[in-house]
Design a protein around this ligand. Structure first.
Ligand code: DAH
Length: 339
C-alpha cells in the first residue's frame, strides 16, 4: 500500500508540474483529491489493514494530500499571475496615440446675433425681459390697441391654440406684461421666438425671432427713439451706418415709423444685399400709443414712451451674408460651423 501511495505521489507531482492551464489543474485536483479521487480511494481501503498499519498509512496519505494541495495551490497562483500579465499586456494604453476628436459645437448665428444685441442694449442700461410664447390673445392684440377686426388677428396670419390663446405673432405682448407689472421708468428689450402662419421660403418662416424694445418714463420724446436707434445701428452694423425714418402705421404706436439703415455692405451705393436700394429695412417703431399705456395701467398724461421691434433673422442674414432663411432653421452642422 505504501508503494501505491508513493506511485500516486510520483505521478500526481509530475502531472501537476506539467500542467499548463487552470482547467487542467482543476481536473487533476478532482483526479487525486476529489471524493472519488485516487488518494481518497486509498483511505477507503484502510479498513482492510491491521490496527497498527492503519494510523501509519492514514498519516502518510494525509501528508501526501497536504503536499499535493500545496502544489496545486502554488500552480493555481502561477496561472492567475500569468493571466493578469497577459491581460495587462493586451489592455495596455498607448498614451501617444492621437485621440478621437470631440466635435465642439458653435453658437448658432441667431443666438450670436441676439447675444450681440443684448450686449449693446445692456450697455445702454436696458434690462432683458421675457414672456410666454403661447400667449393670451389679449396681450398679443387687445392691450396693444389692435382691435378684433385687425387683419393680423386673422387665422391666416396667426396660429390660434384656442380662441383666446395664440402662438405670439410678435414680441410686443411682453411690453404689455412689463408695463402691467412694473412702474416707470421702464427700459427693456425682449428677444424671443415668434410665430406666424407663413409658408416657408427664402425670406419667410413660420417661426422666427424678434427683439422688442420699450422705454417708458416722463418726458420721453421721438428724439430719444431716434438717438437710441442710431446708436444701436452703429454699434450693431458699423460706425458708418446711417438711419432714416419712414412714416408707417402700427396700432400700438402713434406716430409710427419704419427705420431703414444705410447698406453696410456698399455704404449706400447699391449692391446685391440692399438690392440696389442703398438702404435696408430694419425695424418698426414709434411712440407708445396712449391707449396702450392706459390699457396697461400707466397714465399717458404723466408718462410717455417709445417702442421698437425688429427681426433677428434679417440682421443675422445681412451680417453673415446668408441669402436663404431656411438655412438658419435646417441646422445642418456643415452650415452652422462656418459662423
Ligand atoms: N410688432 C411689430 C411687428 O411684429 C414690430 C414693432 C413695430 C414693434 C413697432 C414695436 C413697434 O414695438 O413700436 O411687425
Amino acid at each position: 500500500m505504501k508503494e501505491q501511495i508513493a506511485n500516486i505521489k510520483k505521478n500526481s507531482i509530475k502531472e501537476i508540474e506539467n500542467c499548463i492551464e487552470e482547467k487542467q489543474l482543476n481536473e487533476l485536483r478532482v483526479k487525486y483529491l476529489g471524493k472519488k479521487g485516487e488518494l481518497t480511494a486509498v483511505l477507503r481501503g484502510l479498513g482492510n489493514l491491521t490496527a497498527e498499519e492503519r494510523p501509519l498509512i492514514g498519516s502518510l496519505v494525509n501528508e501526501v494530500r497536504d503536499e499535493l494541495e500545496e502544489l496545486i495551490m502554488k500552480k493555481g497562483r502561477e496561472f492567475k499571475k500569468q493571466e493578469l500579465k497577459k491581460k495587462l499586456e493586451n489592455e495596455s494604453i498607448d498614451v501617444t496615440e492621437p485621440s478621437k476628436k470631440i466635435k465642439l459645437g458653435s453658437v448658432h448665428p441667431i443666438t450670436q446675433t441676439i447675444n450681440e444685441v443684448e450686449e449693446i442694449f445692456l450697455g445702454m442700461g436696458y434690462q432683458i425681459a421675457d414672456g410666454p410664447e403661447v400667449e393670451k390673445a389679449i396681450y398679443n392684440f387687445d392691450k396693444l390697441n389692435t382691435p378684433p377686426d385687425h387683419p393680423a388677428r386673422d387665422l391666416q396670419d396667426t396660429f390660434y391654440v384656442t380662441e383666446d390663446l395664440v402662438l405670439r405673432s410678435q414680441t410686443s405682448p411682453v411690453q404689455a406684461r412689463v408695463m402691467e407689472n412694473q412702474k416707470p421708468p421702464i427700459k427693456i428689450i425682449c428677444p424671443g421666438a415668434v410665430y406666424r402662419s407663413d409658408s416657408i421660403d427664402a425670406t419667410h418662416s413660420p417661426v422666427f425671432h424678434q427683439v422688442e424694445g420699450l422705454v417708458v418714463d416722463k418726458n420721453i420724446a421721438m428724439t430719444d427713439l431716434k438717438g437710441t436707434l442710431e446708436m444701436f445701428a452703429k454699434k450693431c452694423l458699423g460706425e458708418k451706418t446711417k438711419i432714416r425714418f419712414r412714416p408707417h402705421h402700427f396700432p400700438f404706436t402713434e406716430p409710427s415709423a419704419e427705420v431703414d439703415v444705410s447698406c453696410f455692405v456698399c455704404d449706400g451705393k447699391g449692391c446685391r444685399v440692399c438690392k440696389g436700394e442703398g438702404w435696408i429695412e430694419l425695424l418698426g417703431c414709434g411712440m407708445v400709443h396712449p391707449n396702450v399705456l392706459s390699457n396697461c395701467g400707466i397714465d399717458p398724461e404723466v408718462y410717455s414712451g417709445f417702442a421698437f421691434g425688429f427681426g433677428v433673422e434679417r440682421i443675422a442674414m445681412a451680417k453673415f451674408g446668408i441669402e436663404d432663411m431656411r438655412l438658419l432653421f435646417e441646422n445642418d452642422i456643415r452650415f452652422l460651423k462656418q459662423f
